[in-house]
Ligand binder design. Structure first.
Ligand code: MN
Ligand code: ZN
Length: 492
């Protein structure tokens, strides 16, 4: 779908979208449109009781003046609109146009929206449209009909400025779409080797891609990660994406993703019900891939590395058993008491490798790690665990700004004790209570003093309540959050 920006003018035909603040009634361009339509818009508003309340809309058919239809969207208090509200508004407008089964529409933007420059407000509305208009149709033998929305025109005074600012948001949306695609892909297609191959086109954006094979990981001593993969017919991979947009020699930010392309639970096999959703057990990895795309595409002035641990967790004659002890790259031994607690085994080696190899300024890992985080937080917040208050606060703030919210959970020695083991250094499960916390404590044993945050995204990476800017099962959660974090605090 095409989004174009042009200068503000009264449309002569087609569908016009007007943004109406709650106070003051129609003004500016909206008043001009009403005049052109012989007062029909005001009469429709009065008849429907439409006052411009936030999240309300009014569809006025054949209003006159050559227009096919005018759709009003209420802004509420326009001065109070935040960036996220404008993206949501753009998403709601796109959803309405899709619902009307029209091919195009024009949005007139001349109201002051929040405290933002008008060009930025227009670009954010366009961002919301881009995020909304996503569909995963790759496996439909018949493509949905051609009547889908083909173009949206945004009419605004500073159309050049809006077009330029939109390039930034379009890069982020493309990252979100990549993350959604990866999560939505079926697990027979997107196995670890295929996931790594999907990253190759990103090198065109200037990202450096390195893919480690099992032989290379074995030499590095990554037996925790490799143990998870040993029951699968598909080999493990560790994919590294590096972006150098910052000062030469400056330590990179590191983002680490759990990429279990399918999690059966292994020998500790999961029940059949809902197991198909475990194709999404690579949601953290998908987010890291999408984020790295976004940073490269918008040429972020920062050094960053994305590390993606890719395995498939299958039961097999060669699969690891509950009770096995493996030696991680760090040298610590791990008793694998439950083969379904596999994500932490993958991350143990990837986190260790990333801090040794890249000496990052911080590490943020994302993992669909525990069902327990759903019990604690549902789907509204991801769990946040951190050894660094500043990083944790920044993540919380970026979460509220982007709507990808995180809630901080505790780490403490009392929880850490729970995962001591009598034979090995640590065990990979701490039992039912505090399951998300003991999982985070496990990860922390593989983090030295580098600032680190762990996001447990089991509740947010997939199957979240649909919103104006996300209608997809694979949500692409975290790309916008981490892009915001980088842009706010770490770009030079
Ligand atoms: Mn599992
Ligand atoms: Zn898993």
């Amino acid at each position: 779908m095409k989004i174009d920006f042009s200068s503000l003018a009264l449309p002569r035909s087609g569908i016009a979208i007007l943004l109406v603040p709650e106070t003051g009634g129609l003004s500016g361009m909206a008043a001009d449109v009403d005049k052109r339509c012989g007062g029909q818009i005001r009469r429709a508003m009065a008849a429907a009781g439409f006052t411009g309340r936030r999240d309300s809309s009014l569809d006025v058919l054949a209003p006159g003046g050559g227009l096919e239809r005018v759709v009003l969207f209420g802004l509420g208090a326009a001065a109070a609109l935040r960036s996220l509200d404008l993206e949501m508004l753009g998403g709601a407008i796109a959803g309405t146009l899709q619902g009307l089964k029209v091919q195009s529409g024009a949005i007139l933007i001349d109201a002051t929206l929040g405290k933002l420059p008008p060009a930025e407000a227009a670009a954010l509305i366009a961002s919301g449209i881009r995020l909304r208009v996503y569909a995963f149709n790759r496996y439909k033998s018949k493509q949905p009909d051609a009547k889908l929305l083909k173009s949206v025109s945004i009419l605004t005074a500073d159309s050049g400025g809006a077009r330029k600012r939109f390039l930034n948001w379009e890069a982020v949306a493309e990252g979100v779409h990549l993350a959604r695609d990866l999560v939505n892909e079926p697990p027979n297609i997107l196995h670890p080797v295929a996931f790594a191959a999907r990253l190759k086109p990103l090198t065109k954006l200037g990202l450096k891609l390195t893919i480690l094979t099992p032989a290379q990981m074995k030499r590095l001593g990554m037996h925790a990660l490799l143990g998870v993969a040993q029951g699968s017919a598909h080999e493990a991979r560790l994919a590294l994406l590096e972006w150098r947009g910052g000062k030469a020699g400056e330590a990179p930010l590191a983002f680490v993703g759990k990429g279990v392309t399918f999690d059966t639970g292994g020998i500790s096999i999961k029940p059949a019900q809902g197991m198909e959703d475990m194709k999404g057990d690579m949601g953290g990895a998908a987010c890291v891939a999408g984020l790295m795309l976004a940073l490269a595409k918008r040429k972020a002035k920062v050094n960053a590395v994305g590390a993606i641990g890719l395995v498939e967790n299958m039961p097999d004659g060669k699969a690891q058993r509950p009770g096995d002890v493996v030696t991680s790259m760090s040298g610590q031994t791990i008793a694998v008491l439950n083969t379904d607690a596999e994500g932490r085994l993958v991350l143990a080696d990837v986190l260790w490798y990333v801090q040794q190899r890249f000496k990052p300024r911080f590490m943020v890992d994302l993992a669909t790690l525990t069902g327990a985080i759903l019990v604690a937080l549902g789907k509204e917040h991801a769990g946040l665990f951190s050894n660094n208050d500043e990083l944790a606060q920044r993540l919380s703030d970026s979460g509220y700004a982007t709507g990808e919210k995180v809630w901080r959970m505790p780490l403490a020695p009392e929880y850490d004790k729970i995962i001591d083991h009598d034979v090995a250094d640590v065990k990979n499960t701490g039992g039912r209570y505090a399951g998300s916390i003991t999982a985070a404590q496990f990860l922390q044993r593989f983090v030295n003093n580098v600032p680190w945050a762990h996001l447990d995204v089991a509740g947010t990476a997939m199957d979240v309540p649909r919103s104006p800017i996300n209608q997809s099962w694979g949500s692409g959660w975290g790309v916008r959050l981490l892009n915001h974090l980088v842009a706010q605090h770490y770009e030079r």
